[in-house]
Design a protein around this ligand. Structure first.
Ligand SMILES: Nc1ncnc2c1ncn2[C@@H]1O[C@H](COP(=O)(O)OP(=O)(O)OP(=O)(O)O)[C@@H](O)[C@H]1O
Ligand SMILES: [Mg+2]
Length: 316
């Protein structure tokens, strides 16, 4: 059987004692947050890093990834602005629980009705995280709003009085039409979110080609909604299979976790949960790797099938 091991970064899954304990523990080893590592990750690359979170296929977890990675970055001490570029079906504000605080959008900024800082919604929990919405919910892509306008916006964020943010995350709409082209235009790097199923993978492959055509060569992927029980039963592709098919560096592996749905409905991103949920830790790890421009290196591990679980995915 095949599974993946990150061999580059400390992982909470490495906290399991290496030597077998004399008495077996009744309760499982607690999962600790990555933040316990008393070190701030080293920010690689020039700031602001403009990262588009995209997928091609809809509903695979782009907005969930944007919210959780954005807040993880803030928790790690970096400033981040998340732009919801999914104009028709905006919902990043809902996931973040900030929907009641969005008074102005980019449309009003471009019309001269408000200043940019009035459209930026600062998170109360982490003040170094801000949200920017393009337009009101259910509205169409504003006439004339395209890649140039978004690039102008990113430039305006860079030139703010208080200084440029470390990260600008762009939550891309599904599909490969005008909204997608607009969202990728100002980006220098991309996070491609995919699930381990053939429809999502085909779309991810197409999107990878389009990103490369647009000059975005730094593309890392997140494999979301992974179920080890299904992989074990050979009913789902393994992460290694996905990596071989797409040929992209791996930023993170996120398990299927009912806590994600619960947190979505509560408007309270998973990474803020105490105690942390498994998917929350996986998002935190992904954020850490994004900061350090690192990626998981897949290695083949031979294991007894019955011993495998999600932890063995991470080499725990
Ligand atoms: N790891 C996961 N485990 C369980 N549910 C998940 C997971 N990731 C995402 N979901 C759920 O999948 C649904 C779609 O997620 P999300 O809105 O982030 O996708 P999206 O790619 O942004 O969709 P769209 O293309 O419509 O913008 C949400 O209900 C979310 O809670
Ligand atoms: Mg979305």
């Amino acid at each position: 059987m095949i599974c993946l091991q990150p061999i580059t970064k400390p992982s909470p899954f490495y906290l399991a004692p290496k030597k077998p304990l004399k008495k077996p523990l009744k309760t499982p080893t607690p999962i600790h947050s990555l933040l316990q590592y008393n070190r701030k990750p080293q920010l690689a690359g020039e700031t602001p890093r403009v990262v588009v979170i995209t997928s091609g296929k809809g509903g695979v977890g782009k907005t969930t990834t944007t919210a959780n990675i954005g807040l993880s970055l803030a928790r790690l001490g970096f400033s981040a602005v998340a732009i919801d570029a999914d104009v028709g079906l905006r919902n990043l504000d809902l996931l973040l629980g900030l929907e009641n605080r969005v008074n102005y959008t980019v449309v009003e900024v471009l019309n001269g009705d408000c200043r940019l800082d009035q459209a930026l919604v600062r998170d109360k929990r982490w003040s170094n995280f801000e949200l920017l919405c393009i337009s009101k919910p259910r509205s169409k892509l504003p006439l004339g709003f395209g890649g140039k306008a978004l690039t102008w916006l990113v430039e305006a964020l860079k030139n703010r009085e208080e200084g440029a943010p470390d990260f600008i995350l762009i939550d891309c709409p599904a599909g490969i039409d005008a909204g997608f082209i607009t969202a990728i235009t100002p980006a220098n790097e991309a996070v491609l979110v995919t699930t381990p199923d053939i429809t999502s993978l085909r779309d991810a492959d197409r999107v990878t080609g389009l990103l490369e055509c647009d000059g975005i060569r730094d593309i890392k992927m997140i494999v979301n909604r992974v179920r080890t029980d299904m992989i074990r039963g050979e009913d789902m592709m393994s992460v290694l299979d996905v990596q071989e098919m797409l040929g992209l560096p791996l930023l993170g592996v996120i398990p299927e976790d009912s806590e994600v749905i619960r947190s979505t409905n509560r408007g309270y991103p998973l990474v803020l949960n105490k105690p942390p949920a498994l998917a929350g830790l996986a998002f935190e790890q992904a954020a850490w790797r994004l900061v350090e421009q690192d990626s998981m290196k897949a290695v083949m591990v031979e294991e007894e099938p019955k011993k495998r679980g999600f932890f063995s995915f991470f080499g725990g």
